[in-house]
Ligand binder design. Sequence first.
Ligand SMILES: [Zn+2]
Length: 132
Amino acid sequence: MFKWVRIVRRRIRRRPRPGIRARREGLLRYGEEARGLALSRLEYFNQFYNFKYGTVRIKAQTTRWGSCSSKGNLNFNYKMALLPPHLVDYLVVHELCHLGEFNHSQNFWDLVGKTIPNYLELRAELKSFKFH
Ligand SMILES: [Zn+2]
């Protein structure tokens, strides 16, 4: 490999990813609030669903509101602390229901619809929120 190629590569690797500082600050500022929200709404809705979930983590993902791992761990974006309560509930129920249906099949949506009947509307509303 030519020397200049290695140098360029090193420079690219060293350059911090855009927004990394903002994400870290956001996590520090809203992380605890988001965590409290996620835990309390999970507990509330799980009185109905009765699923078993693992660790709940708050992350600074750039393009996702939440995710559910195959091990049953739930991740939420710290920005959920900035959402109106009805969208927080939709988000929490969405991830919670992935413990019952690990996909976006009609069965999954039926599960969501048991506690959030207007999920289609809320899904569209959440999508309209931009990540900055
Ligand atoms: Zn999903």
